[in-house]
Design a protein around this ligand. Structure first.
Ligand code: CP
Length: 322
């Protein structure tokens, strides 16, 4: 049980074996999470830093809690309030953290490829917490853990992903991960929000909500990312909701036991109705808990890799007595 690289940059990089190891370890981490005592010492003496250039609630907090539950020192830095606002570059910022003996840096950045740029230049492990419109691997892994728990596995599963496909790093990471594990992925959204490269991804591009949802085991809504749209790509929010929103009548097209997912944050009444988000078919709350478990698993497995490969700021993994 081990990872093959120092960094977690995307689902494209991970092998089937690595994904299985992460999901199996996360299932064990969930037992710790739901126990009376969440504190462990697996990462005792290690430093985990979250470096976020974009806002976050779920990803950032779950990484911080995951690090703390594993016994690591956890610290946060964001673009606002740091020397980034004085013009310090991403590289210099990350190098500074690296020289503070950070073992793992979890980063979110608006530029696709930013973690790939830093990873070979730092001693710390880099974990991609979302890079531009490229990937959000830990979101896909938490989605996959939730799906595995609810559906028992991935082979032959029909997963429908609906919404703003153009700006979603979540859809890319899920397509890479789910296809690797044997699921089928269909996608549907406004024609103006379907990126050209999706055609070669292996996902089926659907031309109607009915085509996407009929027979689906899993239905995932995506957030409409207005902040990434330089110009309007559809007539109005109400028309978007009318034609592309998930709601209780529409979910009837999916299998009766279909689960409803959303990575959050949700625009209730836009890409998903409040009724559906709060329905018995919704596993959105479980996704949040899976997020902490998956991030605990990733920190744990990366630390194992670092110990096995003698990576670290100092020579020894033992505490130094002075
Ligand atoms: N799903 C997700 O990445 O949420 P946050 O932006 O709150 O981290």
């Amino acid at each position: 049980m081990s990872l093959l690289h120092k960094d977690i940059l995307g689902m494209q990089q991970l092998t089937i074996g690595e994904i299985e190891d992460i999901l199996n370890t996360a299932a064990n981490m969930k037992k710790i999470l739901t126990s009376g005592n969440k504190k462990t010492a697996y990462l005792q003496g290690k430093t985990v830093i979250t470096l976020f250039y974009e806002n976050s609630t779920r990803t950032r907090m779950s990484f911080e809690l995951a690090a703390k539950y594993l016994g690591a020192q956890a610290a946060n830095i964001s673009a606002s309030g740091s020397s980034v606002s004085k013009g310090e570059s991403l590289y210099d910022t990350a190098l500074t953290l690296d020289h503070m003996a950070a073992d793992m840096i979890i980063m979110r950045h608006s530029v696709s490829g930013a973690p790939h740029f830093l990873a070979p230049r730092l001693g710390a492990s880099i974990i991609n917490a979302g890079d531009g419109m490229d990937e959000h691997p830990t979101q896909a892994l938490l989605d996959m853990l939730t799906i595995k728990e609810k559906k028992g596995g991935f082979n032959g599963l029909q997963v429908a992903i609906v919404g703003d496909l153009a700006h979603s790093r979540v859809v890319r990471s899920n397509i890479y991960g789910l296809l690797k594990m044997g699921a089928n992925v269909r996608v549907f959204g406004p024609a103006t929000l379907i990126p050209a490269d999706l055609a070669g991804s292996g996902a089926r591009i659907c031309h109607s909500m009915e085509e996407a949802l009929t027979g689906a085991d899993v239905v995932m809504g995506l957030r409409l990312q207005l902040e990434r749209q330089e110009k309007a790509l559809f007539p109005s929010i109400s028309e978007y909701s009318q034609f592309y929103g998930l709601n209780e009548p529409r979910i009837q097209m999916a299998r009766p036991d279909a689960i409803v997912m959303h990575p959050g944050p949700m625009n209730r009444g836009v890409e998903i109705s409040g009724g559906l988000a709060d329905s018995t078919q919704s596993v959105i709350a479980e996704q949040v808990t899976s997020g902490v478990a998956v991030r605990m698993a990733i920190l744990y497995l990366l630390n194992l890799y670092r110990n096995q490969n003698h990576l670290g700021f100092g020579e020894s993994t033992e505490p130094v007595l002075i």
